[in-house]
Write a protein that binds this ligand. Structure first.
Ligand code: AMP
Length: 416
């Protein structure tokens, strides 16, 4: 017996209503905010991700699905959505468009992680990227999209954490002081952090290992090291969030797992929950990434949310999600001639944009009505010998059990 690979899942029909609800809600918000959809390939040149995410990150070190294809190219299945969008921005000369360019995507993401509830090897993200403007109002806009998505979906008790990790001017001084601090506490750090200390000091701050929590409490804070421009950007962002009534709390431990972030970083998680797979979304500014990928210097900000985690939280909070529409009619028939009429009628209904399922193979009327019931159809149409002769059908309201006779050429009209 074959099974879906570890860490992947089938999204079966009963689950699909959550997925369409989330995707439709997200697309509607993007339209409200003037964001346009972009789709990028499922795989890219491996170097794109190594350069952008950073060699010393968990994703690049341990989690990428990379392989050499038959032509000898190094390929990676998309482990995150931002770098491909930036690659497309540069490749298609989007800097020539009016700035900022506002884009959104929904895409499968691949990471070789240890699967557990809320963490998979293939998951899906909805994300937005606003490219080409450094104004903190754009950070507030992106955070506003995230927040409005969760509110419109009906999720409650969420908390927004915010931090600024500075820019290439002010961060080195901060990292220096962070390194000095953690070196003094090296003995109490977990083995991972001892290793990270030299290469990726920032990541020590968000280590979830209990051993590292105590030293991190007293660690230097990035916001105390911001240069005047970064401090000003952060102050403006906070005042915009207040203006927009977006509640946030500052978290000096928030740094996020990718190297490309500058200034603003944020994350949204259910209130009071901690752990490595509770965040439902996060993002931040990445003002150097596009230039790093060969484009002109282009400030940008974005956000992504995991769709599986949204589904988990909708279920956990008992949010009622609209059912997908069942077919309108189930067409049942008895006899060979009636079968031909049923096929013609079903086809005509579909052309008239009325969803219809036709019964297959000879079955008793009782069995066919049972099938109609299971399909969820609101009506059944029944065609027998008498109906063929009189060019009519019997139209049955499944919920009420009421029936009426309708001329066969008036059926579509009756539904409309
Ligand atoms: P990240 O790109 O790591 O910031 O992830 C953005 C969002 O995607 C997270 O907040 C999660 O909701 C979701 N996510 C990240 N990794 C996984 C995973 N392995 N499985 C399921 N969802 C994930």
């Amino acid at each position: 017996m074959y099974q879906a690979p570890r860490g992947t899942s089938d999204i079966l029909p009963p689950e699909q209503r959550y997925w369409s609800y989330i995707k439709q809600t997200a697309a509607a918000i993007c339209e409200l905010y003037g964001y346009q959809r972009i789709d990028t390939p499922t795989f890219e040149d491996a170097h794109l991700f190594v350069r952008s995410i950073g060699e010393d990150t968990d994703i690049v070190e341990k989690e990428m699905y990379s392989f050499e294809d038959k032509g000898g190219d190094q390929i990676t299945l998309r482990p995150e959505g931002t770098a491909p969008v930036c690659r497309a921005y540069v490749e298609h000369g989007m800097h020539n468009l009016p700035q900022p360019v506002r884009l959104y995507y929904m895409a499968a993401i691949f990471r070789y992680e240890r699967p557990q509830a809320g963490r998979y090897r293939e998951h899906h993200q909805f994300g937005v990227e606003a490219l080409g403007d450094a104004d903190p109002a754009l950070d507030a806009e992106v955070i506003g999209i995230a927040w409005q998505l969760y509110v419109n979906l009906g999720l409650k008790r969420l908390a927004l954490s915010l931090n600024s990790i500075g820019c290439s001017d002010c961060r080195p001084r901060y990292l220096e002081s962070l390194k000095t601090y953690y070196t003094q506490h090296k003995d109490s750090l977990c083995p991972d952090c001892k290793r990270r200390l030299a290469k990726n000091t920032l990541r020590l701050l968000d280590c979830k290992n209990p051993a590292c929590l105590a030293p991190t409490e007293q660690a230097p804070r990035s916001i105390d090291y911001l240069c005047p421009e970064c401090a000003d950007h952060f102050d403006q962002l906070k005042s915009y969030l207040n203006l927009l009534n977006l509640p946030f709390s500052l978290s000096h431990r928030l740094v996020r797992g990718l190297d490309y972030y500058t200034r603003t970083v944020f994350e949204i998680a259910p209130e009071g929950e901690t752990g490595s797979q509770v965040a439902i979304g996060g993002g931040g500014r990445y003002d150097n990434l596009i230039e790093q990928l060969g484009g002109k210097p282009t400030p940008a900000v974005g956000f992504a949310t995991g769709i599986e985690r949204l589904v988990l939280n909708l279920k956990k909070q008992d949010v009622v999600v609209p059912a997908l529409p069942p077919p309108t009619v189930f067409v049942a028939y008895l006899g060979k001639e009636a079968r031909d009429e049923a096929m013609k009628l079903t086809s005509h209904l579909r052309k008239s944009r009325i969803s219809a399922i036709a019964s297959l193979s000879e079955r008793s009327l009782k069995a066919q009505l049972k099938q109609a019931n299971v399909s969820g159809a609101r009506y059944a149409i029944i065609i027998g010998d008498d109906e063929v002769k009189s060019k009519t059908v019997v139209l049955r309201n499944m919920a009420k059990g009421e029936q009426q006779t309708v001329p066969i050429d008036k059926v579509a009209e009756t539904f409309r």
